[in-house]
Ligand binder design. Structure first.
Ligand code: 13P
Length: 262
């Protein structure tokens, strides 16, 4: 019998949304529904201001907590920044690094991604490192080249034990917030490529255990066919994570695909 795949990893990136009471309410609803999807790993990534409220609402549940960004120094005169040890102290186990909105709007580069991912690991956090091409790169047939550059610079100098704690999220920029999802085939091509690159650099075991998420207009209606693809291990969800039913619906549909033999 084929062993069942590990359950899906489904993270909700709330971006710059929700005040404290709204965040606590949504997290509470999600925590209450999580036993229905207990084979999935569910992670909430609220804005910094709501970390404490969400930590309280999910206390005692299996829901994980993450932050949307961090700075690479532990402390100091860096007005406006938040460090890895501070996030760990706030109850986070995960942190996004290099989301395309940070890259496009706030000048993040593969080099800052590298420093931030290292800082996350040093603080005992799992970085969820985002990669993805813009539409012009896809149209020019340069998607895989772009991903290769992001991986090579973003993870330059990482050891195998370090890479084993990294989660990679493939988020094609043209699919984020547009309602235009990558087709399962388009996403799988990039996911398989990322896994192959991990295998080339870190060996088969590290590559086969790596968690590679897809993000970009994920909804309950498209999570089933996406998760059926061999190299898609879960989702990084934006808009649909702001509604408990649709967010849990994504996990439920992924689990349905997970239970079917590949
Ligand atoms: P949407 O799901 O709203 O397209 O956002 C994806 C994303 O950027 C998650 O990090």
């Amino acid at each position: 019998m084929t062993p069942m795949r590990p359950g899906p990893f489904v993270a909700g990136n709330w971006k710059m949304h929700l005040k404290l009471s709204e965040a606590g309410e949504l997290a509470g609803k999600i925590a209450a529904a999580v036993p229905e999807v207990s084979e999935a790993t569910i992670v909430l990534i609220p804005p910094f201001t709501a970390l404490n409220a969400v930590a309280g609402a999910i206390a005692g549940s299996d829901v994980g907590l993450g932050a949307q960004d961090l700075f690479w120094d532990d402390q100091g005169a860096f007005t406006g920044e938040v460090s890895g040890p501070m996030l760990k102290d706030a109850g986070c186990a995960y942190v996004l690094v290099g989301h395309s909105e940070r890259r496009q709007l706030f000048g993040e580069t593969d080099e800052t991604v590298n420093r931030k991912a290292r800082a996350a690991l040093a603080a005992g956090l799992s970085p969820i490192v985002c990669v993805g091409e813009v539409l012009a790169e896809r149209d020019a047939g340069r998607t895989l080249e772009r991903i290769d550059g992001q991986l090579a610079r973003g993870f330059g100098g990482f050891s195998r034990p370090e890479i084993e704690r990294v989660i990679i999220a493939y988020e094609p920029v043209w699919a984020i917030g547009t309602g235009r999802t990558a087709s399962p085939g388009q996403a799988e091509e990039v996911h398989a490529h990322i896994r192959k690159r991990l295998e080339d650099s870190y060996g088969n075991d590290a590559a086969s255990c790596a968690i590679i998420l897809y993000g970009g207009s994920v909804k309950p209606a498209n999570s089933y066919p996406l998760f059926r693809e061999k190299n898609i291990d879960g989702f990084l969800v934006g808009g649909a994570s702001l509604d408990a039913d649709s967010f849990i619906g994504i996990a439920r549909e992924a689990l349905r695909a997970c239970r079917e033999e590949k």
